[in-house]
Ligand binder design. Sequence first.
Ligand code: SAM
Ligand code: ZN
Length: 378
Amino acid sequence: MEYRQITEGSTTFAAPVQDQNTAFPPGTAPVFYNTRMELNRDMTVLLLSCISPENYLDAMAATGVRGLRIAHETGTPAIINDRDPLAVAIIEKNAKTIGGNIRVTCDDANRLMCTERFDAIDLDPFGTPAPFLDAASRAAKRYLFVTATDTAPLCGAHLKAGMRRYFATPKNTEYHAEIGLRIMMGTIAKELIKYDRGMEPILSFAKNHYFRSHVRILGRVTAAETTMNHIGFVMQCPKCLYRTEQKGSLLPQTHICPYCGAETEAIGPLWMGPLQDKPIIASLLEKLPAMQLGTAKQMDKLLHQLLAEPETCTFYDYHIISRNLRVSPPPIDEMITDLTNLGYPTVRTHFAVTGIKTTAPLHIIEEWILSWNKERNL
Ligand SMILES: C[S@@+](CC[C@H](N)C(=O)[O-])C[C@H]1O[C@@H](n2cnc3c(N)ncnc32)[C@H](O)[C@@H]1O
Ligand SMILES: [Zn+2]
């Protein structure tokens, strides 16, 4: 196998050569490595440098880049696993060069997690993490980190696959990115709750083609009950943009849309609690400049957005609202300032460039967009 040397953060490791002239170079090498996941890995390195778990399982490691970086850049003892012997040969080669407190294993992730427990577990599978969440919910002592790249099933574009994997009904709305993340997190919560364990999200976000969540696990029945109260449904009007949130219930209740009288449709069950531990996000922002991370600039922007976002479960797309009203979309910054000054805190959201998270009800946003257009005779 032909290798190339790659540096991420302060770690240099070997990965198989890929054919860069194809649409998806990672698919052309015998062991997977995707440069587009660097920010995902950088975030976990930054987080682990703050929370310092006793040890860290990289359950599906491929080249081992994630676990190698955690061991090298944060000093956390790492267990790096893959079921593919070819991947394990590369991990061993890399571990030998890099050094540090690393144990390499070649096992099925579920089997490994059924025989041993770890302080922090990271699931980074091809596509859905669903088949690994049961074992991980028992094997993780304090932290569980999950990536899902099956965005089409989670967002409602492949409805039946989403229902099968996550036992939830997604819907392809304008805020589908947030729905996808929250359905994935609702599934993590459900797997923990059945073992009388609860969760508190620390750092969660949606990016390009994946969802990522880092959660703290709490091993008490009361925590499981609190976690269950964060499960619920978004009730979406099928005819207009109205939606409402229904928390703490495993059964959706019918709502009538106050705008058009249609019966709302249930999206979920999904996680309706906080997505972030804001004090930790603030400390990550403080620590970021001192770290040597390749995506620091994008991370800084994303972390600031996550810090500012209020804990609503959906957002509005002001371009879609404007299109429905048949008027021009206003400048986003002016709208944010005016709605906030009217008493409705409003911010941009990391989920979509034309998205706003606001406490303003739909009719207030519509009225503001209409008056902005009227003032300019548009
Ligand atoms: C998306 S790649 C991991 C990428 C890696 N974490 C990174 O950051 O570059 C998924 C890996 O999971 C491994 N895998 C798939 N099913 C597995 C299982 N049941 N147990 C252990 N490893 C598995 C595959 O061999 C593959 O190397
Ligand atoms: Zn309606």
